[in-house]
Ligand binder design. Structure first.
Ligand SMILES: Nc1ncnc2c1ncn2[C@@H]1O[C@H](COP(=O)(O)OP(=O)(O)OP(=O)(O)O)[C@@H](O)[C@H]1O
Length: 646
């Protein structure tokens, strides 16, 4: 049997493999153990659940409990194995800027000495050093870029995987109120922004300190006053100027990442809802909102650029003043004979090159602030409470999932004030078909989430083949229980590839069989390119009924021992919905099925009907028995009959 663990997940979220098991098994499931995930879309908070989480090699990126320091300290800790490379990058960067300083100093000396017209051999050493510094500058810079980017991109790759895995763990139960554009922005732009912490903050600052100290030391050896002037100039340019430009951009930098997320959210909404917005006449208003968000981002970026320009201008001014200051203290020294005439050029020109190490620091300070906000947003995702705890050591999967048993089960979403399910009992044995009905919001889909272990029980037990589901890996549970969701995702690919998601190596015969059972084969055969027909984004080239039938065929092909069908006929017109329900009841005959629906038509063929209301089971039994007595099902039936046009 081929039962892909992820088919059910793929039906709810487009996802990769879930992380390896790793969460505390003994922790009592408690949906209130952390900040609700909807807070992701709202604002900064670094509350962490405080539980270990096994997301493989990147786990260290997020397991630092909050309060252990600054968010940037966590970014630094994430360097992990790349620390050695970053140290090497610092050395290479310092050698590159040091070579620039050396080049300036030696060439200054060379020109001065050459003017005295000594025998050319006296100059050979300086000529060679000039060449070496000139070549070294480019080579060291290239090597530094190579090493630092290699280290940082590796870190980013791990971090992005960690963020993705966390999102995957939080989805689907925890993502109902988060905004897609915002998540996308966190996953892409904010993670990318973290590279600047190393590339544009730590390494430039480290290089500035190393090269600045060396240049001051060297100049001080030649002439102590000149060393002091250079030290003062470097301090003003490297500390004072960044403070001034940083103060100008303080508020701007913190607003940059949220403004970028706002624009991403609005653009995503606009693109995905263009058809609906056009029909509702709301497109111009939404386009205006996008333009406004874009305008806000542009204003923020331009204020940030102003601060950068101010920093650049002030640095250049301080550099010029330092060169003049060095000349002013050096000239009397030459006059007094404390400094050789040929070294005057060295003392005056060295500051010019040494400032290369600090001119980027105003920008570095801005980057640091920007990175801090992005890091907060990334760590909010990494620290978001997960609705399901995976066991540290998963129990062995039972040979058969039967009986699949829920006893007194209650479940609650993170941040909710009441249980979505309350003391629910349900037993499934091989071949049994149960319909779960009830008004909207009664907890039907929540039951599906619990059965698939997308949401943990708050009280009661869920056992699969005698094993507590909490002791099983979530993936293992989903090899036994599969879902065909009401909003099943159809990929922008061919019919064949959409089906093969359920069973990678399925033959055309098996695909056709699944399509036939979902009553879609005649339609597929009538298409000019048959199974190779492209279905469009979200199945845009299919009708609503065809989309649901394709999802049903996929679920049938996956051959789950227990199949949960969550409102498969939702959003369809009554005739199509009833035809689809009838077909799927035929297709699932003899297969353990939980059919979640609020249409009662055709349910006389299932073994048991469970009626939910406000999360509780208010009635259960055979359809004919329930329909024959006064009670919730009978009232639903009467309402349904009244609503059907004569
Ligand atoms: N991710 C979530 N976070 C918080 N509350 C949720 C979440 N999902 C559902 N709920 C709440 O849980 C309750 C049960 O919702 P559920 O989706 O299970 O109902 P349902 O019977 O499937 O409704 P429908 O027939 O409309 O799909 C509702 O009050 C709903 O608002």
């Amino acid at each position: 049997m081929h039962r892909p663990a992820l088919l059910s997940v793929a039906d709810r979220v487009v996802t990769l493999r879930p992380p390896e098991a790793g969460n505390r098994a003994d922790a009592a499931p408690d949906a209130e153990d952390g900040r609700p995930v909807e807070a992701l879309a709202q604002g900064p908070s670094l509350v962490a659940p405080g539980e270990p989480d096994g997301a493989g090699e990147a786990a260290d990126l997020r397991d630092t409990a909050p309060g252990q320091g600054h968010v940037l300290a966590r970014v630094r800790e994430a360097a992990g194995a790349q620390r050695g490379k970053l140290g090497l990058a610092l050395l290479l960067g310092s050698l590159a800027v040091g070579s620039a300083v050396g080049l300036m100093a030696v060439s200054g000396w060379l020109i001065s000495r050459a003017s005295e017209q000594p025998p050319v051999l006296y100059l050979m050493m300086a000529v060679t050093a000039t060449r070496a510094f000139g070549i070294g500058r480019a080579v060291f810079r290239y090597a530094e870029r190579l090493v630092s980017h290699d280290a940082v991109l590796r870190m980013l790759a791990e971090l992005r995987v960690a963020v993705y895995r966390r999102l995957e763990r939080v989805a689907p139960a925890g993502l109902r109120t988060t905004r897609r554009g915002d998540l996308l922005s966190r996953l892409v732009a904010d993670v990318d922004a973290l590279q600047d912490y190393w590339l544009r903050w730590l390494l430039p600052v480290g290089t500035a300190v190393v090269v600045g100290c060396a240049a001051v030391g060297f100049t001080g050896l030649l002439l102590p006053e000149a060393g002091a002037v250079l030290a003062a100039g470097l301090l003003v340019a490297g500390v004072g100027v960044p403070l001034v430009s940083g103060a100008c951009a303080r508020h701007v930098e913190r607003r940059l990442a949220p403004a970028r997320a706002e624009l991403a959210t609005r653009v995503t909404d606009l693109l995905t809802g263009t058809a609906e917005l056009t029909v509702a006449g709301a497109l111009p208003a939404r386009s205006r909102q996008v333009r406004e968000a874009d305008g806000t981002l542009t204003r923020i970026a331009s204020r940030s650029a102003t601060a950068t320009a101010l920093g650049g201008g002030l640095s250049a001014l301080v550099c010029g003043l330092t060169v003049v200051g060095a000349a002013l203290v050096a000239l009397p020294a030459v006059h007094d004979g404390r400094l050789a005439g040929v070294t005057l050029a060295v003392v005056v020109l060295t500051p010019l090159a040494a400032f290369e190490a600090v001119t980027g620091l105003p920008l570095a300070v801005q980057y640091r602030r920007r990175v801090k906000r992005s890091a907060e947003r990334v760590y909010e995702v990494l620290d978001a409470p997960v609705p399901v705890r995976e066991p540290a050591t998963p129990a062995a999967a039972p040979g058969s999932p039967f009986p699949l048993d829920l006893r007194g089960l209650s479940a609650r979403y993170a941040g909710a004030s009441r249980n979505a399910l309350e003391s629910v009992d349900l037993t499934l044995v091989a071949g049994r078909r149960v319909a779960v009905v009830g008004p909207s919001g009664s907890g039907k889909s929540t039951l599906a989430q619990v059965l698939l272990r997308f949401l943990d029980a708050r009280a009661g037990t869920y056992r699969i083949g005698g094993v507590d589901a909490c002791e099983l890996d979530g993936d293992t549970v989903r090899t036994f229980v599969g879902l065909c969701a009401q909003d099943a995702h159809v990929f922008d690919s061919s019919i064949r590839e959409n089906l093969r998601l359920a069973r990678t190596g399925a033959t055309d015969g098996e695909l056709r069989d699944a399509l036939a059972r979902a009553r879609l084969l005649d339609w597929a055969d009538s298409l000019p390119t048959g199974l190779d027909t492209l279905v469009g984004e979200h199945g845009a080239r299919l009708s609503g009924g065809q989309r649901q039938r394709l999802a049903l065929a996929r679920a049938l092909l996956a051959d789950f021992p227990v199949l949960v069908l969550d409102e498969p006929a939702e959003h369809l017109d009554l005739a199509t919905a009833d035809a689809l329900t009838a077909d799927l009841l035929t297709a699932t005959r003899g297969r353990t099925t939980v059919l979640i629906t609020h249409r009662l038509e055709g349910l006389d063929t299932v073994d048991e009907v469970v009626v939910l209301d406000a999360g509780r089971v208010v009635q259960r039994g055979a359809y004919a028995d329930l329909a024959g007595v006064d009670g919730p099902l009978r009232r639903m039936l009467e309402r349904e009959r009244r609503s059907v046009p004569a």
